[in-house]
Design a protein. Sequence first.
Length: 158
Amino acid sequence: MNQMEYPSVTLYGLGGPDAPTIEEGVAIGDGTRIGQKTYVGMNTQIGKDCRIMQHVTICKDAVIADDVFIGPNTTFLNDKYPPTQISQPPIVRCGAIVGGGSTVGPGHIIGFRSGVGHGSNVTKDIPDGEVWCGNPATFHMTRDEYDRRQAELVERLG
């Protein structure tokens, strides 16, 4: 894998031991940024304008839509009863946020403009527009409330 394969994608750490590992058959949309030491499994689809931080593990066959943020040290799994050859990849819909240190289990859907709090363990689908946190992750607030709180924080500490 080299930068020529993804000319409109930023891959941090190229040319050194910290470069992301991108397996065969991966599609990455324009404007996406992928952090150091991230692993992207084969046949994964990543949309445009995503921000994937460092040390993220994305299983094979995963689908990540446009404008998704994935925090550092996050793991996406595709095998419910390992080791099998049955791939049940997670799906992350447009505009979702997945906080650092989270684990998203096999076959789960992170909904449109939804969120996962840092350190969460996703064991169920997360509906559109909701933010879930915890182990296991449960409903915490709406995405509108999250966005309001984020704006207040930026205003206060800016």
